[in-house]
Design a protein around this ligand. Structure first.
Ligand SMILES: [Zn+2]
Length: 360
């Protein structure tokens, strides 16, 4: 059966999807050590994918073929990794020095509880006690050099090279979801849903990528392997929509919670393909799905690597907005996630060759 372009199925985010996001959020998968999330992804998509493999960097690459021959090849990408820490030196007695992998502010680290390694060994990030500081030393910004990871007396299970993440358990708070690594387990959970309900008019090429947070490394080889006609990147982007305390209007919010999926026009690594931006907007308006344009500026997604692959790949990113990313816990709205899934699903069903044949 071929779906007509205007025939969009509504995919609902319910208990099952939230439970899956919970598992993904609680899993530990700092860049280069994505195994725990990879295992969940494979388990979830295996029954639905026509082809499935793990490439040499650890990306999960899955294809769900459309019913037509020469259907458009559409790459959907979501990174599996999260920012975190790596133990770099054993100081003895369960004390470790560490490095930050990806972007985390050292000020976010002091005093936080973490889980280390595949066994989620509990530990704490220590800082010299305030009581012992003197005068100006209390005012100086926290530096990575001031911090260490303490597992209590060494358990023997942790070692240099192990990753550590914030020890945050996922929770639902009314209309919001709170957890670590929402950037980008939200994208991963969304892509799993899309593989399960792939529309028949396209060849869906799903890339669950590695090492995005340390330089879009997995997406680069995934895009080369897939050689798609176009790419849509699913991620989660910062919402900085808190009130401005000096009573000026906050006009630099990047995105806002509750305003729907954020469509990227440009960020520091990509200028989105204007035909795809217009197509996403048109799709949202036709289907009465709320959306927002992410304010152009800093940040980046896997699109930064994908659009420059081979002879150039038209790309656009769509993100669920979230507050406090790259910290111990993000807050996102369930409704934004739902609308993001609907928008991308409607866009895939409505895709035709004409979208890319249009003027830029
Ligand atoms: Zn991300």
């Amino acid at each position: 059966m071929t779906l007509r372009a205007d025939e969009t199925r509504l995919l609902l985010i319910g208990e099952t999807q939230i439970k899956l996001l919970e598992r993904l959020s609680n899993a530990c998968a700092v860049s280069g050590d994505e195994g725990e999330v990879r295992k969940i992804v494979i388990e979830e998509i295996k029954p639905y994918a026509d082809e499935l493999k793990v490439d040499s960097l650890g990306n999960v690459l899955a294809i769900k073929h459309g019913v037509k021959e020469h259907a458009m090849r559409v790459m959907l990408s979501a990174h599996m990794d999260e920012v975190g820490l790596m133990l770099t030196h054993d100081n003895g007695d369960g004390i470790y020095r560490f490095e930050i992998m990806g972007g985390i502010a050292p000020s976010d680290l002091a005093g936080k509880q973490v889980w280390i390694g595949k066994e989620h060994i509990p530990a704490v990030i220590g800082l010299k006690p305030l009581h012992l500081g003197k005068g100006d030393s209390l005012k100086k910004p926290i530096d990575l050099e001031d911090l260490h990871i303490d597992v209590g007396p060494a358990k023997g299970a942790e070692k240099v090279g192990d990753r550590a993440v914030f020890a945050t358990k996922f929770t639902q708070l009314g209309p919001s979801l709170r957890g670590k690594a929402m950037d980008n387990r939200l994208g991963v959970a969304t892509l799993i849903e899309l593989v399960r309900h792939a529309p028949a008019n396209i060849d869906l090429q799903a890339a669950f990528t590695v090492q995005e947070e340390i330089g879009l490394r997995g997406a680069r080889v995934a895009a080369y392997a897939f050689n798609p006609d176009l790419a849509i990147v699913l991620d989660s982007t910062p919402a900085y929509d808190l009130p401005a305390w000096d009573s000026d209007e906050n006009v630099r919010y990047n995105t806002r919670l509750g305003a729907g999926p954020a469509i990227y026009v440009a960020d520091s690594s990509t200028i989105s393909d204007p035909r795809l931006v217009r197509f996403m907007i048109r799709t949202a308006e036709e289907h009465k799905i709320p959306y927002q344009l992410r304010q152009p500026g800093g940040g980046g997604t896997d699109a930064g690597a994908i659009h420059k692959q081979r002879a150039g790949i038209p790309s656009v990113s769509v993100s669920v907005p979230g507050r406090y990313h790259h910290g111990p816990a993000s807050i996102v709205r369930l409704s934004d996630w739902q609308h993001t899934l609907n928008l991308v699903s409607a866009a895939l069903s409505g895709l035709t060759q004409e979208v890319l044949a249009a003027d830029r």
